[in-house]
Design a binder for this molecule. Structure first.
Ligand code: CAA
Length: 258
């Protein structure tokens, strides 16, 4: 398996576990982490044996934001000219399921990275925030959009305008995280959840992900239409035939991803 400067990547059966590993900077997201993550996600998407990924950080920080020291001296022309942060769109475009397992700080770009994953499992130590306003800027990796869609205008606006962090309980109540687990169990619980997903029909997993994401980008009628067409399309797969036969025959399905 490939080695990365800023990540530890392990295979746990059909689950790819990616641990952000820049502890000296609380996993601040610099260009190297982006490069490494894009390579790791491309390898994950391309490997038919890998069916779900988990992204996690350290007990202290999932990621404390984009790397402020890397951005500090930049000007408008460089940021705009290089379309700084555009590479993260490729992370968000990962086709197979990705779970964020968040302990400690998920701030700025860290919160935005967690929100680019398909859902967030939070340790009871997790803290989420968009503190960019304190640096004289705004979210730049999609936070103003994904946070608002996740928690609604009032809380997103308060978080962006004040920089206030919310804890795991508030994040769960607001709909930002799927579930809270004890910090000591976070990674194992995330891998367990990922293993459940990895056991599902692979094409159906991709289709379910695509259609839930479509809810963020389309109106209701177009989204329902998109869902129905993908649903119809799955009736051209062997896994649909197998899954429904397995139900009727009262046995587990055996998936071929075809
Ligand atoms: N960028 C670069 N370095 C960072 C960093 C970041 N986002 N966050 C932490 N670090 C570094 C610190 O500079 C420090 O390095 P040194 O030891 O070399 O000084 C090291 O990580 C440890 O951090 P602290 O000493 O600050 O640790 P702490 O426990 O006292 O505080 C913290 C933790 C509250 C998370 C604090 O580090 C902090 O406020 N970090 C910045 C949070 C932030 O503003 N994030 C948004 C960044 S901008 C952004 O993300 C834009 C976007 O939309 C994508």
């Amino acid at each position: 398996m490939a080695e990365y400067d800023t990540l530890i990547v392990e295979h746990r059966g059909a689950v790819t576990l990616v641990t952000l590993n820049r502890p000296q900077a609380l996993n601040a997201l610099n260009g190297q982490i982006l490069t490494d993550l894009l390579a790791a996600m491309a390898a994950y998407d391309a490997d038919p044996g890998q069916r779900c990924a988990v992204i996690t950080g350290s007990p202290k920080a999932f990621a404390a934001g984009a790397d402020i020291k890397e951005m500090q001296a930049q000007g408008f022309a460089a940021m705009y000219g290089h379309d700084f942060f555009a590479g993260w769109d490729r992370f968000a475009a990962t086709r197979k399921p990705v779970i964020a397992a968040v302990a400690g700080y998920a701030l700025g770009g860290g919160c935005e990275l967690a929100m680019m994953c398909d859902f967030i499992l939070a340790a009871d130590t997790a803290k989420f925030g968009q503190p960019e306003i304190k640096l004289g800027v705004t979210p730049g990796m999609g936070g103003s959009q994904r946070l608002t869609r996740a928690v609604g205008k009032a809380k997103a606006m308060e978080m962006c305008l004040t920089g206030r962090m919310i804890d795991a309980v508030e994040a769960e109540r607001a709909g930002l995280v799927a579930r809270i687990v004890p910090a000591d169990d976070l990674v194992e619980e995330a891998v367990k959840t990922a293993t459940v997903i990895a056991g599902m029909a692979p094409l159906a997993a991709i289709a379910n992900k695509e259609m839930v994401l479509a809810a963020f980008e389309t109106g209701l009628a177009a989204g329902v239409q998109f869902e129905r067409r993908l649903f119809h399309g799955l009736f051209g797969t062997a896994d649909q035939t197998e899954g429904m036969a397995a139900f009727v025959e009262k046995r587990p399905g055996v998936w071929t991803g075809s």
